[in-house]
Design a protein around this ligand. Structure first.
Ligand code: HEM
Length: 183
């Protein structure tokens, strides 16, 4: 996973879960006195999983809940960090999901031969309903839900998210019916 995600995890822990001391404690639990993550460098997925597992234990909160909350934090951050890929400044949450599936993840991984981007696609069933398909060996569907909610907060939109099938139940991909609710 790219260092940029670790970077956001650090910011997330510091902002929402007790500041630098909590982040230091998490690093300490992984055996690091100090660790810098460079945004475009690839780090082992196991490292971020271990950090999230430790955070979940420390917060006494299930891993999927931590992942979804992290997703809600990281969605708007990704949007600002990678603003150069956002052509249309009048975007809505559905537009960002479509752009992420269409080109954003691919462009980011273009120069990385070990690329393992998530596969994201979506079908607009109506103005207010988007079917989101997600496939990745990382099985991070709670992060997907969180990103959608976080983008919704940014764009002042609320969603009902109903996962109709999930990789954690043996499906080949996760499918979510995302319905925009009245603001
Ligand atoms: C501005 C829009 C977005 C940008 C710039 C962006 C960028 C990224 C980057 C840099 C990563 C790390 C990839 C890696 O380390 O290999 C990532 C991972 C991920 N992104 Fe996005 N993303 C965006 C939108 C979205 C949206 C809208 C969703 C879903 C609704 C999404 C779902 C995910 C998931 C689940 C991962 C974790 C990796 C995995 O599951 O394999 N992203 N994204």
């Amino acid at each position: 996973m790219y260092g940029v995600i670790f970077h956001f995890l650090r910011d997330y822990v510091i902002e929402r879960h007790g500041g630098e001391a909590t982040w230091k404690a998490l690093l300490d639990a992984q055996g690091y006195k100090f660790k810098l993550y460079f945004p475009v460098q690839d780090y082992p997925d196991e490292e971020i999983i271990a950090l999230v597992e430790t955070a979940s234990k420390a917060l006494d909160t299930p891993i999927p809940v931590v992942l979804e909350d992290f997703g809600s934090y990281v969605g708007p951050q990704l949007l600002s960090f990678y603003h150069m890929y956002i052509k249309n400044k009048e975007m809505t949450t559905f537009d960002v999901i479509e752009a992420a599936g269409g080109s954003i993840h691919d462009v980011i991984h273009k120069h990385n031969p070990n690329r393992k981007p998530p596969r994201l696609s979506s079908i607009r069933e109506s103005d207010d309903v988007l079917m989101v398909h997600y496939q990745s060996h990382r099985k991070l569907c709670p992060v997907v839900r969180g990103i959608i909610r976080g983008l919704g907060e940014k764009f002042n939109e609320r969603f009902d998210i109903n996962e109709t099938q999930c990789m954690h139940d043996g499906a080949d991909k996760c499918i979510m019916k995302v319905t925009r609710l009245d603001a």
